[in-house]
Design a protein around this ligand. Structure first.
Ligand code: EPU
Length: 453
């Protein structure tokens, strides 16, 4: 499979460069450009299925999650070509058809995005089959909110050993949905289903991440009627048909935060082209508190240390809080900060596994699986709060480590670049799920590494 010229296997990994030998201890300095956000682009690609005309999506990053969604769209008859400018895609859904089970099943385990095909496929074909989901192993990652919402729209959901089969014998109708938690994916599920359902949908306790707002912008361009009310309420008035869109994706603030943390960890200076202040306010506050410095410019943000790094206390949260995807790269920088840092993870129940590799490299990190405080849980359904306590600064040394997931894996590479000596980092393919041109960017920043397998 190719996406914008790269070779990618259907399990989402690029077929070369799986193991890196990294010689660390040098600052990373230079410029990197961030393109469209993984967590918007893949959803906007699914939205194209709902239109009756082709859509154009710009600033599509060259990542394997995009390749997986592209391939899944293609097996359903969507024609996907290069768009009018470099890094853009043209998605033509005019010949959408049911895919064969084997073709869909080839995507099992490759990504979590297929669950978002449910609503659009039910509208287009009256039925859908969704393979077993993949994505990062950072907790249970259930889909109960998605399935409950789809049932409220009138879908019949049948769980099968290899996936989920859905049908809508009487079509889909608007619904009143109150999410138990402002889930990003479930909010997207509701948006992508409600826009063409008959009648009005009221979604309460919706996620309001900037990528969701950008998806709403995409859907509005297609002809949807969506209003955003106070207190996480979104109203969607269903319409009979949608047209295509032409949209430039919002920048990837997770990638921007990752490179920022790399500058802090390695004591370098990185200009992140395409990064914008508004979507990163919460992250920038933490950068400042930890002793980092930044210059906001017209075309991006420059990150560096402002002096000695200091320990900080951070709690991950839904937007506008500190994103869960920012904590892993930040923790690498915190191993170099003076004093104690505490990071509370409240979104996923198992997102500190990556710290084991940092400890192997010399970091002092203790993980408290049940958190540090008793008392009421923000998410009463499950005990999500975990805490990591980081004492620093600690010199890091090279080690042989294996990347566990996307953000944790990025952090391992940055830790290896911060560490004195040589590291071997395995399973690098996972990082290409979400970081475009990863090795080229590392080279541009002066990283010293070889691809050894
Ligand atoms: N949850 C449920 N039931 C559901 C759905 C979610 O219990 O049906 C729980 C999850 O288990 C989790 C919490 O709700 O504890 C939040 O999950 P959410 O649905 O918000 O996450 P997601 O849509 O699966 C997206 C991003 C993640 C990002 C989260 C939070 C994509 C493809 N993924 O996941 O990104 O961490 O929102 O912002 O958009 C990443 O980029 O590395 C990544 C993991």
């Amino acid at each position: 499979m190719t996406l914008l010229g790269e070779t990618i296997s259907t399990n989402g990994a690029k077929q070369e460069g799986e193991i890196l030998s990294i010689r660390g201890g040098q600052p990373l300095s230079g410029t990197v450009e961030v393109k469209g956000a993984k967590n918007l682009v893949t959803k906007a690609m699914v939205a194209a299925l709902l239109g009756e005309e082709p859509s154009v999506l710009r600033d599509v990053p060259d990542i394997s999650d995009v390749a997986v969604v592209r391939s899944l769209l293609e097996v359903h008859g969507v024609r996907v070509d290069e768009g009018p400018e470099r890094g853009s895609l043209r998605l033509d859904p005019q010949d959408v058809e049911s895919a064969h089970f084997e073709e869909i099943d080839a995507h099992a385990g490759a990504s979590r995005i297929p669950i978002l095909f449910c609503g659009p496929l039910l509208h287009r074909l009256g039925q859908a089959f969704i393979p077993d989901l993949g994505g990062c192993r950072i907790g249970d990652r259930p889909i109960d909110f998605h399935l409950d919402a789809l049932r409220k729209f009138g879908a019949v959901v049948e769980k099968q050993p290899s996936g989920i089969r859905l049908s809508a014998p009487r079509g889909l109708h608007g619904a009143n949905i109150h999410l138990p938690y402002p889930s990003v994916g479930a909010t997207e599920q509701v948006l992508l289903t409600a826009v063409r359902a008959a009648g009005t949908t009221e979604l309460r306790n919706a996620a309001i991440e900037p990528e969701i707002m950008d998806l709403i912008a995409v859907l509005q361009k297609m002809g949807a009627i969506i209003s955003y009310e106070p207190n996480r309420v979104i109203l969607i008035e269903g319409v009979d048909s949608l047209r295509g869109y032409d949209h430039r994706a919002i920048f990837d603030r997770n990638e921007a935060a990752s490179w920022a943390a790399a500058a802090l960890a390695t004591d370098g200076e990185i200009f992140v082209g395409g990064a914008k202040q508004q979507e990163m306010l919460t992250f920038l506050n933490v950068v400042r508190k930890v002793g980092g410095d930044f210059d906001i410019r017209e075309d991006g943000i420059l990150f560096r240390r402002g002096g000695e790094l200091r320990g900080v206390t951070v709690e991950t949260d839904v937007h506008p809080g500190f994103m869960t995807d920012w904590q892993q790269p930040l923790i690498v920088a915190l191993t170099q900060a003076h004093g104690r840092s505490v990071v509370h993870e409240t979104v996923y129940e198992n997102r500190f596994g990556f710290t084991q590799a940092l400890v192997k490299m010399g970091a002092q990190i203790s993980v408290y699986p049940n958190g540090l405080q008793e008392g009421p849980r923000r998410v009463p359904r499950r005990s999500l709060e975990q805490a990591a306590v980081i004492d620093g600064p600690t010199p890091l040394h090279g080690a042989d480590i294996t990347v566990p997931d996307l953000r944790g894996g990025y952090s391992h590479v940055i830790a290896a670049l911060t560490a004195e000596g040589e590291s071997v980092v395995r399973n690098i393919g996972i990082i290409r799920r979400g970081y475009a041109d990863f090795l080229d960017k590392l080279s541009a920043l002066g990283a010293d590494f070889d691809v050894i397998g």
